[in-house]
Ligand binder design. Structure first.
Ligand SMILES: NC(=O)C1=CN([C@@H]2O[C@H](COP(=O)(O)OP(=O)(O)OC[C@H]3O[C@@H](n4cnc5c(N)ncnc54)[C@H](OP(=O)(O)O)[C@@H]3O)[C@@H](O)[C@H]2O)C=CC1
Ligand SMILES: O=C(O)CCC(=O)C(=O)O
Ligand SMILES: [Mg+2]
Length: 416
């Protein structure tokens, strides 16, 4: 049974034949509140975005928010259905949506609803920009040097959840197949072993790297770095790097530098040289700490991108301020990098910054850049005034502790 109430005052965003968006003055934007701290951050995000839109367009534009359900709230609303079909349909149909975090149990229970949303909607790009805001406390000396945009492949890799539990018939069957039919002798303890599969395809890699390179061109960035563990996982992570370079050469005209594999091409819009390079994933985790200025746009596999997102976020103040977007060729679902932080749920305590900045990305996606600028101005103002939530306050000298909702009000105050 349907539980989504469509706002009477709004209209749908639609996609034009050339892929651009047709955005009415009152677009209907579906939102999932989210589990855990979703109840705290989602209303604050909505209030901040409404204020930015109202201020930027003097009331001519507004968002018609439409609640849709997934996770715990869906289970309550739809008699135990955590992942209602009409939620998926709404995200597809309304083109641009935003979500709070959703809980995934560890070790057992159901598989990630976040991953399921990405898979079902083929949201194959997870775009996570990481940059420092003036005044944000950081554990590194020069956080201002961090300005990277992660393009994380969002549909493949070990993250896809193709795995079998140790001791089950399925796991034993896969082990037997590997041993008997594939000649595998390297499974150290074959009797009681969990087995996972890591699919990485040429098509999946190239569509992700294509998006990342196009972004590099459109945003006039300096370089794209392919991050992989291809020395060890040659035919998955290694192939990701090879296919990435191949795409840069074949579709963007990149020429090898000093015999390759690094290569470069001129940005067709600006004439500036764009370098395409690669770094092995473990080395990358030290590079981002020691030489962050050398990295710009990053294209990587699903699990590497997950690790890198949180590690990089820590350098610019933590995952309380780390936004993101899940994108297909037409559908966009914005979400923060962090999870449900259950120990803080319902306490009006955590930083709503990540979800607010995810919504800021959403405003830009809609072409509402004036409102997006106001969100950034408000965030910067609140942080510079040191009126911040606990995560920043505990690291800042002389800061004034604000609750989640009070921080949202500070952001609104500083938009003026
Ligand atoms: N896309 C999604 O919906 C995601 C969902 N998850 C899910 O969330 C659940 C919890 O995961 P967990 O590993 O604890 O990771 P979380 O990201 O939820 O939290 C880890 C820590 O990060 C800090 N943190 C997170 N969000 C904020 C915020 N808004 N403001 C300030 N600090 C914040 C807190 O640190 P401190 O304790 O230092 O204050 C928190 O304890 C799991 O079920 C997981 O699967 C996880 C990631 C993404
Ligand atoms: O789906 C989850 O529970 C975790 C997802 C996650 O950590 C991420 O996408 O960054
Ligand atoms: Mg993560």
């Amino acid at each position: 049974m349907g539980h989504i109430q469509v706002p009477a005052n709004g209209e749908k965003v639609t996609v034009n034949a050339d892929g651009s968006l047709n955005v009415p003055n009152t677009p209907i934007i579906p939102f999932i509140e989210g589990d855990g701290i979703g109840v705290d951050i989602t209303p604050v995000m909505r209030k901040v975005i409404d204020a930015a839109v109202s201020n930027a367009y003097s009331g001519e534009k507004s968002i018609a928010w439409m609640e849709i359900f997934c996770g715990e709230k869906a289970a309550e609303t739809y008699s135990g259905d955590w992942f209602p079909a009409e939620t998926l349909e709404a995200i597809k149909d309304y083109v641009v949506s935003i979500k709070g975090p959703l809980t995934t149990p560890v070790g057992g229970g159901f598989r990630s609803l976040n991953v399921a949303l990405r898979q079902e909607l083929d949201l194959y790009v997870c775009q996570r920009p990481v940059r420092w805001f003036n005044g944000v406390p950081s554990p590194v000396k020069e956080p201002n040097k961090v300005d990277m945009v992660i393009f994380r492949e969002n549909s493949e890799d070990i993250y896809a959840g193709i795995e079998w539990k140790a001791g089950t018939d399925e796991a034993n069957k896969v082990v037997k197949f590997l041993q008997d039919e594939m000649g595998v002798k390297k499974i150290r303890f074959p009797q009681n072993v969990g087995i996972g599969v890591k699919p990485v395809s040429e098509e999946g890699t190239k569509r992700l790297v294509r998006k990342a390179l196009q972004y590099t061109i459109d945003q006039d960035r300096d370089s794209l770095t392919l991050v992989h563990k291809g020395n060890i996982m040659k035919f998955t992570e290694g192939a990701f790097a090879d296919w990435g370079y191949e795409l840069a050469r074949e579709e963007f005209g990149a020429q090898p530098i000093d015999g390759g594999p690094w290569c470069s091409f001129k940005n067709p819009n600006t004439g500036k040289e764009i370098v395409v390079k690669d770094v092995i994933a473990d080395a990358m985790l030290q590079q981002i700490l020691l030489r962050p200025a050398e990295y710009d746009v990053i294209a990587t596999l699903n699990l590497n991108g997950d690790y890198l997102s949180d590690a990089l976020a820590a350098q610019v103040g933590g995952i309380g301020i780390a936004p993101g977007a899940n994108l297909s060729d037409d559908v966009a679902l914005f979400e923060a990098t962090h999870g449900t932080a259950p120990k803080y749920a319902g306490q009006d305590k955590v930083n709503p910054g990540s979800l607010i900045l995810s919504a800021e990305m959403m405003l830009r996606h809609l072409g509402w850049n004036e409102a997006a600028e106001l969100v950034v101005k408000g965030m910067e103002g609140a942080i510079e005034a040191k009126t911040v939530t606990y995560d920043f306050e505990r690291l800042m000298d002389g800061a004034e502790l604000k609750s989640c909702s009070e921080f949202g009000d500070e952001v609104i105050k500083h938009m003026a």
